[in-house]
Design a protein around this ligand. Structure first.
Ligand code: KG4
Ligand code: ZN
Length: 343
């Protein structure tokens, strides 16, 4: 089964080809970062318009680079949600249109399920069951994954997502968009332990997160320091290092607790924040201490990509081909993960 995957849920246009027999055959991506940077965030209408311009050429490139033609395809998978509705509609209409024209089924894919399963694209694959820490710009959750479509949400953020906490922290430190990787870069030059920030909800029981208090703590700290003088480069780096450490400690602490609560020995980290080096190192260290293993998608598949959409679409199509016989364009800006069922 060879499946074309299309991703347009936010500010990345991506297409990829996954082959159930040979694995990932190609993946192409265009990032709109430069388009949105002057506005300090994603402008939905600009995102939709840019997806329209870039998607078809990317599909052509993904097919050519995989060495396949439309007649080799068994289906077209597209991100149906959650995400920006206009952006989703571009991928959905193109995906369904191509599928219809090529006479193959169209498979609407849940973006967060695709993030959850992205680690399965790697040679070092986690076996089911595992706990997934899903940390992106829009979501932070811990999920028990018993198999494809068998998800139980263990904990979620009560306010900001972890990626949002990185992005908002970066803005407070005067860093350009997109803030997460910029803050991580600045933190590399800083010292941990100069400023004390709360580890939100780490002491509270349960597996939920909350990051808005941490963001407020940083805002107050920046305001206090700036009252006497402009922030020095060293102070900004130290603030970034301690702020990042507070987020990482919280994510690691809750992940360990989720493993303990479920009895599972495998943790999969997914979503854009999974690209964070300190988080990756600390999880590897702390999990090995308790005899558990952490799995990651390669860095480029932590953030949005087409490969995870092609993979997830292929898995569902192989297991339940009859579910994708009707022609329907699906775009669901809100789509809770636990509404998904086993294929
Ligand atoms: O999964 P993703 O690409 O898009 C969403 O579906 O949200 O995640 C993007 C998020 C952004 O908030 C970005 O700042 C964050 O992931 N991010 C990082 C790093 N790389 C991306 N946060 C911390 N450290 C990084 N290295
Ligand atoms: Zn994402």
């Amino acid at each position: 089964m060879i499946v074309l995957g299309i991703e347009t849920s936010c500010d990345e246009t991506a297409a990829a080809v996954y082959d159930s027999a040979r694995g990932l055959r190609s993946h192409c991506l265009y990032s709109q970062v430069a388009t949105h940077a002057p506005f300090g965030g994603v402008v939905p209408e600009l995102a939709s318009r840019d997806h329209i311009r870039k998607l078809i050429p990317l599909v052509d490139a993904a097919l050519a680079s995989a060495g396949v033609t439309p007649s080799d395809l068994g289906g077209v998978a597209y991100t149906a949600g959650p995400g920006l509705v206009g952006a989703l509609l571009v991928g959905a209409t193109v995906g369904v249109g191509l599928a219809l024209g090529w006479g193959v089924p169209a498979v609407p894919v849940h973006h967060m399920e695709a993030h959850l399963l992205a680690a399965l694209l790697e040679a070092e694959q986690p076996a089911f069951p595992f706990v997934a820490l899903l940390v992106s710009g829009g979501h932070s959750m811990l999920v028990e994954v018993a198999g494809i479509g068998r998800y139980r949400i263990l904990g979620e953020t009560l306010d900001d997502a972890a990626g949002e906490a990185f992005d908002k922290g970066a803005k407070l430190l005067g860093l350009p968009y997109p803030g997460g990787p910029e803050l991580a870069r600045l933190a590399e030059r800083g010292r941990v332990g100069q400023f004390r920030f709360p580890r939100p909800m780490l002491k509270a029981p349960g597996l939920d997160f909350s990051f808005s208090g941490l963001k407020t703590a940083l805002a107050l700290r920046v305001r206090d320091l700036q009252a006497s003088a402009t922030l020095s480069e060293g102070q900004r780096a130290d603030l970034a290092a301690d702020y990042q450490q507070a987020i990482v400690d919280t994510l690691v602490g809750k992940s360990l607790r989720a493993l303990e609560a479920t009895g599972h020995r495998r943790l999969v980290v997914a979503g854009g924040v999974g690209a964070n080096r300190i988080l990756r190192e600390q999880l590897r260290e702390d999990l090995s201490r308790i005899g558990a293993t952490v799995y990651y998608p390669r860095i480029e598949f932590c953030t949005d990509n087409g490969a995870m959409i092609a993979y997830t679409g292929c898995q569902r199509l192989v297991r339940a081909p009859a579910a994708y016989s009707s022609v329907r364009v699906e775009a669901r800006p809100r789509w809770p993960l636990d509404e998904l069922t086993e294929p």
